[in-house]
Design a protein around this ligand. Structure first.
Ligand code: HEC
Ligand code: HEC
Length: 326
């Protein structure tokens, strides 16, 4: 038995050697070069839809704020920079109960849904989290001390953003991510508190009205469309299908997709992919992922549903947003 284990770990060691993970070069002394602004943008784009630093302590929160993760990993575990980056990268690559250290958060929110991010993005985000102060919710200090910890001053430099004019890409992303945050918060919150069937009902009744209310809020037309739509109102048109194809290619090539911007008259058309993570599969996965009672509910509400058969990290659809030129 022992020799089999040894053999297995040898195989694992050798196979790991082939793919050098980016954080292997990082230690406390060598400088790992990244653009802080880029890292911060990646963090807000990929992580803040769930790890929002502004959500209240209870109502509407679906994941811990990053400052809580820093406190746990640095204050409690005593991780140095290299260990911190490694721990975050490894957890994000493989989020499981066993790998998680924030037991309270796992109990409260369930373990983080697995989602594929480009390797280098996670390393940059982790380095940024360590090197700079991240925005902390006002309730955090009290919460941390309430759990029997002494006062903890967040480590890291203050980040000072360089002022720049917003591009059409920036504006479109702000609208897409703002809407994603609202939908995601309500969807994950409902799943965590009431289960999948209730969450189906929520999507059925609220997905379009919530998206529409964000359109009003931003003075834009915001839609989620798909080549394999569930709601007939979300069917992609011929142009949108072209961009869906492009984003699918990006995803297969592990490229962090840039939004597509098309200027038409006095309007800007913005397109950006919506990838699946592990959580989506309970309603958009294969027959093995979707519980029979959920399948029944889908059939009842959407007799012509096309939106199943997905696995993790596929293009479920795209944001299609139109707003006025500046
Ligand atoms: C779809 C929602 C969602 C997204 C997006 C998300 N997370 Fe999480 N994450 C969670 C939840 C829920 C938890 C709390 C449960 C847990 O610890 O697994 C968590 C916990 C964590 C933890 C703590 C793990 C521990 O030790 O318990 C780390 C680190 C983390 N996330 C990093 C990230 C990073 C980095 C990103 C962006 C690249 C990200 N997350 C994006 C939902 C999300
Ligand atoms: C609880 C079940 C449930 C979960 C989980 C779920 N969805 Fe959906 N999804 C739906 C329902 C129901 C609709 C149709 C909404 C409507 O009628 O407007 C939908 C519609 C969509 C649409 C609009 C296009 C279409 O097919 O009508 C997109 C895009 C989408 N979901 C993406 C996702 C992604 C990405 C995830 C995971 C992050 C996810 N969904 C998780 C139930 C779910």
């Amino acid at each position: 038995m022992k020799s089999i284990l040894l053999l297995l770990s040898a195989i694992l060691l050798f196979s790991c050697n082939k793919k050098i993970r980016p954080y292997q070069d990082i230690d406390n002394t060598t400088s790992f070069v990244y653009q802080p602004q880029e890292a911060k943008d990646l963090m807000e784009k990929h992580c803040y839809t769930c790890h929002s630093p502004t959500a209240a302590e209870e109502e509407g929160r679906i994941a811990p704020p990053f400052v809580a993760i820093k406190a746990r990993y640095i204050d409690k575990e005593g991780y140095n920079r290299a260990e911190f980056i490694k721990a975050i990268s490894e957890f994000v690559a493989n989020p499981t109960d066993d790998n998680a250290l924030l037991y309270g958060a796992v109990r409260k929110f369930g373990v983080m849904p697995k989602q594929v991010f480009p390797d280098s993005a996670t390393v940059k985000i982790a380095a940024f989290m360590y090197d700079y102060k991240v925005q902390a919710p006002t309730w955090f200090q009290e919460h941390w001390q309430g759990h029997g910890n002494s006062g903890w001053e967040q480590s890291g430099k203050e980040f000072v953003a360089v002022a720049k004019d917003k591009t059409y890409e920036d504006i479109g992303l702000e609208y897409a991510l703002g809407t994603k945050k609202i939908l995601g918060k309500n969807l994950m919150g409902t799943i965590q508190k009431k289960g999948t069937i209730e969450a189906m009902a929520f999507c059925n009744v609220q997905a379009i009205p919530l998206t529409d209310s964000m359109s009003v809020n931003y003075h834009a037309t915001i839609k989620r469309v798909s080549d394999k739509n569930r709601n007939p109102n979300n069917k992609a048109n011929a142009e949108e299908l072209i961009y869906i194809k492009k984003f699918k290619k990006d995803l297969v090539a592990n490229i962090d997709s840039k939004p597509v911007i098309v200027e038409k008259g006095d309007k800007v058309h913005f397109y950006y992919p919506i990838p699946t993570n592990a959580m989506c599969l309970q309603c958009h996965g294969t027959a093995e992922n979707i519980r029979p009672e959920v399948q029944m509910k889908i059939k009842g509400l959407y007799p012509n549903d096309l939106a199943t058969g997905y696995s993790e990290n596929e293009v479920r659809g795209i944001w299609s947003i139109v707003f006025d030129k500046k």
